[in-house]
Design a protein around this ligand. Structure first.
Ligand SMILES: Nc1ncnc2c1ncn2[C@@H]1O[C@H](COP(=O)(O)OP(=O)(O)OP(=O)(O)O)[C@@H](O)[C@H]1O
Ligand SMILES: [Mg+2]
Length: 280
């Protein structure tokens, strides 16, 4: 079980990494309009670990997809590193993706099944401009990335992603992030498919990415307890809106919105020190 403790930091004065004003996405199905994300404002700072917490259907994944540039906003503006985000062409979108990467709920959907694991990792090195490095150096980098996530590169080289367990697959996704070193990592419910022990390990790895590489980590979850454990700041999402946001201690210890109070009351021991073996 993990020993790492989340250390909260106040990064509200750090440079803005990803900012949104009035970001909105409606879906129209027949005569029905779903306001999946409804005019949300946010400002995520460099090196900050931010959680977005809300129940199923509150709009978390829809917002993630807009942040990644996979879904167009109905309204609003997104700023990347202080400038209006420009993803108007395929080339600009690719450039944006060198700054923001994601890990998803279901790791099995994230890999091309026909690529062996070393190809998956080599692609990351190539994408970061390492194409012409000697193979020896590439192997060293892949070995380092695997050992960051407690996997042994030598045992993986000839395997396909589908030959790994869910927990190993999640860790492989984090090894990719370690090699790609994006400015921002968006993690949408990365722990929901795995057992409590692997979950704690994944959370620790996210904290390490923030601490060692200075990545901004956006952690998306329905679990306010997990959010409190790891976050510098928390945004609470209800029916497509942010009903409350701020430093994690402020939001959890002095909640203002009735919805936040309800989420907190569902977690029996949120104010006590975390024993990760009970994270459910
Ligand atoms: N492509 C789509 N077409 C129509 N409605 C959609 C679409 N995608 C999402 N929605 C609706 O938007 C709302 C928000 O969905 P979203 O997937 O963003 O929620 P979520 O917070 O990620 O939920 P979960 O915790 O279950 O993953 C839901 O009412 C959903 O039905
Ligand atoms: Mg979702």
């Amino acid at each position: 079980m993990s020993e790492t403790k989340a250390i909260r930091r106040d990064l509200t004065n750090a440079p803005s990494c990803l900012k949104g004003e009035g970001v909105t996405r409606y879906f129209h199905t027949g005569k029905i309009t779903t306001k999946a994300v409804d005019h949300v404002d946010f400002d995520f700072h460099e090196g900050e670990l931010v959680s977005i917490v809300g129940e199923s259907g509150s709009g978390k994944t829809t917002l993630s997809k807009m942040l990644l540039g996979l879904l167009k906003e109905t309204d609003g503006k997104i700023y990347f590193q202080g400038k209006p985000r420009d993803i108007s062409s395929r080339a600009k979108l690719k450039e944006y993706w060198s700054g923001i990467q994601a890990i998803f709920q279901d790791p099995f959907s994230s890999f091309n099944t026909f690529n062996k694991i070393d190809t998956v990792l080599l692609d990351c090195i190539n994408m970061r401009g390492g194409k012409h490095l000697p193979m020896e150096k590439k192997t060293e980098m892949m070995t380092e990335a695997c050992s960051f996530v407690n996997l042994k590169f030598a045992e993986l080289t000839n395997k396909y992603p589908f030959e790994l367990s869910g927990g190993q697959m999640q860790r492989l996704m984090i090894a990719r992030i370690f090699l790609l070193k994006p400015k921002i990592l968006l993690a949408d419910e990365p722990t929901s498919m795995i057992d409590a022990c692997s979950r704690a390990t994944i959370l620790d790895m996210l904290l390490q990415l923030r601490d060692e590489i200075g990545m901004t980590v956006i952690f998306i979850t329905h679990d306010i307890g997990l959010a409190y454990y790891i976050s510098d700041s928390i945004y609470i999402m209800e029916h497509g809106k942010f009903v409350e946001s701020g430093p994690a201690d402020e939001v959890i210890l002095n909640p203002q919105a009735p919805y936040t109070k309800r989420l907190i009351s569902d977690v029996p021991k949120i104010h006590e020190p975390w024993d990760l073996s009970t994270v459910g």
